[in-house]
Design a protein. Sequence first.
Length: 94
Amino acid sequence: AAGESDPIDRKLRADNSAIERLKNKMADYQASIARIPSLTDLMKILAVGFGVTAVAHFGADWLAPWIGDNFPQLDRLSLTSTFFWIVVIATTGG
């Protein structure tokens, strides 16, 4: 398992010093850039989420009927479903 590397390394007499140095270096780097998000940061994230959702709804409301009118054979693939396009556009944008 992941937490049992030390006993296994001792038994196999493996040198894991490079891995330990890398783990320490990554932990130090993560600690140096870590910060508590401010309210502004959270509002920006929320704004992007709502913005992408709005674009997905507008795009789906236009795209699904257009495909239904111009390519009715794609209805069997659910490409005329508004919900389908909301999910696709929101996932692509998010």
